[in-house]
Write a protein that binds this ligand. Structure first.
Ligand SMILES: [Zn+2]
Length: 281
């Protein structure tokens, strides 16, 4: 069998296992996005580091398997992983939460997540996906969507965006650049692979999550966002986020990128729903 045909035949599960078993292939050098906001993630899953007056904040932390890459990235930027004070999780899938337990042990940091995903860590660990790769960890806080999280000079607004998972949470915050206030945003979950009727039904999740997903996009698509921080670089469907590394930072500022990304992902889900409808006709 030729290499090409083999690659086409690889299922999503096989592809993910290959990544988990070859974490070095996911290495991406860390870089500064704007002052106090850094990328310390992999070339698949993002991790953002905020340097606040009250310690370091991580938005997601990727996998247990890539922890050593994260530790190295934090050191390379001149920070100390023991100074992490909070991890703000976008949702409860393995690729975003796998390294939490180790980071809690290293730094004693607090862990936040959307309450809607809380049951992933109690009665439905199977919904974490590849849950045997995710050591149990303590959740300290669920987001209060009516209250911003104040950490040093950062004020982070969590917004419930259910769909990708029931508790998917997006995070919005302002930063200052050359005297100008810029709005940064991480959408908590846009992956389409877990949104099909077939996946939801097989995993005993309500198919209404598809509608929730579309409504969640509508809820935040009109927000003014200057800097998109994609939870997976691949979600920026029309540009290569990681290629902006080590520039002067201005390329990250793109006030229409948020809308473009969300509408493209929305179209993907609409297509999945339409295709499934046609199959059942
Ligand atoms: Zn996910």
């Amino acid at each position: 069998m030729s290499k090409e045909i083999k690659a086409v035949k690889e299922t999503l599960e096989e592809r993910t296992l290959r990544m988990l078993n070859n974490p070095w292939d996911l290495y991406n050098a860390p870089f500064k996005i704007v002052d106090d906001v850094y990328f310390v993630g992999t070339n698949w899953v993002s991790i953002f580091l905020l340097d606040t007056d009250e310690g370091l904040v991580l938005i997601d932390c990727a996998m247990q398997e890539t922890l050593y890459l994260l530790i190295d990235s934090i050191h390379r930027l001149g920070f100390d992983p023991r100074d992490i004070s909070k991890i703000l999780l976008t949702h409860g899938h393995f690729d975003h939460v796998g390294a939490v337990r180790s980071l809690q042990e290293i730094s004693g940091c607090e862990v936040w997540i959307g309450e809607g995903d809380g049951f992933f860590f109690t009665e439905r660990r199977d919904l974490i996906v590849f849950e045997d790769r995710v050591p149990p960890f303590k959740i300290d806080h669920y987001y209060d969507y009516n209250q911003k999280i104040q950490i040093g000079d950062f004020s982070i607004e969590p917004v419930h965006c259910p769909g990708h998972t029931p508790g998917t949470s997006s995070l919005f915050f302002d930063i200052e650049r050359n005297g100008e206030v810029l709005k940064c945003a991480v959408h908590g979950g846009l992956g389409a692979a877990v949104m099909s009727n077939a996946y939801l039904t097989a995993n005993k999740l309500p198919v209404s999550l598809q509608t929730d997903y579309l409504n969640s996009i509508d809820k935040v698509v009109d927000r003014k966002v200057d800097i998109v921080l994609p939870s997976h670089a691949g979600h920026c469907v029309d540009h290569d986020f990681l290629s902006f590394a080590n520039t002067d930072g201005s390329k990250f500022i793109d006030p229409s990128a948020w809308r473009r990304m969300l509408l493209a992902k929305k179209a993907e889900i609409v297509k999945i729903i339409e295709n499934e409808k046609n199959e059942t006709l």
